[in-house]
Design a protein around this ligand. Structure first.
Ligand SMILES: NC(=O)c1ccc[n+]([C@@H]2O[C@H](COP(=O)([O-])OP(=O)(O)OC[C@H]3O[C@@H](n4cnc5c(N)ncnc54)[C@H](O)[C@@H]3O)[C@@H](O)[C@H]2O)c1
Length: 342
């Protein structure tokens, strides 16, 4: 049967999920946005409020509430479900809670459409992308994390201001972890046709690069401290990644995906299109940047190993509880037998 609808499912309709849905309605790229959230009152309210934004006539995009099972059949499943950072909290401290949510999401979505593209937004995004790829059973190219695409957009914004050009005339990448070990690939930056030093002579002054790196790394924490979440930047970034995918746009962006040599998911530039990661884009890093990349991967591998250990311990505990239950049932039935004999 020909397919008439393109659908994007958003799991989690809190601050980020609802902002993404709103962005998809205003810049329609799909015929249906499906929202899923266990907070049913919030879900219904978001669907009604967002629905009101679809009646202005400029969008054919419909919004509705759905189940995890339905979401598993969408063209793109965006995962924003999970706890968010509190003021001063690191992204990594969310891992245990959000990994459990991720596991429950995949068991509720099964069997997932084998052509679905997964876009991970929830934090810590690199680690969740790594586990989503295992839990979903989808090919690696179909599992993408937003990674450092937001950090890179922030970097382009800062450089654009300094160079007095539009951000889209700048090629600049924050790579590695969407977190504290991220780094800027300074050696690869170009502004129009010019290298950084030529376009912004002040870039060779002491402190220039450190100040920008500190700002890019800490931007989210500063916004969260003031308003409790970041939503517009990531909503926009996630919507444009959905567009690159559905329109097979082949745009190059730094996103988190599995790196076989580094044995973890982290952000490097990739060509993004209808099948997800079409291919990794080669990037030539200088010696320092290469070291930063390896340090970053080592840190992520350590966190993955810790999480795997926790998952194994959870499994052992679940089996022990199950055995206890069975033992309990057996004792009850034997007691009943003895009772009846008496
Ligand atoms: N990658 C990035 O650049 C980036 C940027 C901003 C926020 N984030 C992350 O996105 C996540 C969401 O942030 P937020 O501000 O929207 O949080 P939020 O608390 O406002 O919303 C999260 C929603 O997920 C829902 N949820 C929980 N379990 C679910 C399940 N099993 N299925 C469906 N929905 C479920 C919750 O009920 C809640 O409504 C956080 O982890 C945050 O750190 C990532």
């Amino acid at each position: 049967m020909p397919k008439h609808k393109t659908s994007i499912a958003i799991l989690g309709c809190g601050d980020v999920g609802s902002t993404l849905a709103y962005t998809l309605i205003l810049n329609p790229i799909c015929s249906e946005v499906l929202l899923v959230d266990p907070k049913t009152e919030l879900l219904e309210a978001q669907v009604r409020d967002l629905g009101d934004a679809t009646f202005r006539g400029n969008t054919g995009c419909k919004v509705r509430a759905g189940t995890h099972k339905e979401a598993g059949q969408a063209d793109i499943v965006v995962i924003t479900a999970g706890a968010k950072q509190k003021i001063g909290e690191s992204r990594l401290s969310l891992l245990s809670r959000n990994l459990h949510i991720l596991e429950s999401i995949f068991s509720s979505m099964a069997p997932i459409n084998p052509h679905t593209i997964l876009l991970l937004v929830a934090n810590p995004v690199d680690i969740l992308t790594y586990f989503a790829r295992i839990l979903s059973g989808l090919p690696e190219s179909q599992v993408i994390g937003t990674g450092t695409s937001l950090d890179s957009a922030r970097l382009r914004g800062i450089l654009a201001h300094k160079a007095e050009v539009a951000p889209n005339s700048i090629d600049a990448y924050v790579l590695g972890e969407h977190g504290d070990s991220q780094f800027i690939a300074w050696s690869t930056i170009s502004i129009g046709t010019a290298p950084l030093a030529l376009a912004i002579p002040a870039s060779s002054e002491p402190g220039f690069k450190e100040d920008i790196a500190t700002h890019t790394r800490g931007a989210a924490a500063a916004i969260i401290a003031a308003k409790g979440c970041t939503a517009y930047g990531i909503g926009n970034i996630a919507a444009s990644l959905c567009k690159f995918i559905l329109f097979d746009q082949r745009t190059v962006r730094p996103v988190s995906f599995y790196q076989p040599q580094l044995k973890c998911c982290l952000s490097l530039p990739a060509v993004i299109g209808r099948q997800g990661i079409i291919r990794a884009m080669p990037v030539v890093l200088d010696e320092n940047e290469q070291r930063e990349l390896e340090r970053c991967a080592e840190g992520l591998r350590g966190i993955i190993a810790g999480a795997e250990q926790e998952m194994r311990a959870d499994e052992v505990l679940a089996k022990a509880l199950e055995a206890d239950d069975l033992l309990g049932d057996e004792t009850v039935s034997r007691t009943a037998e003895v009772d009846s004999e008496i």
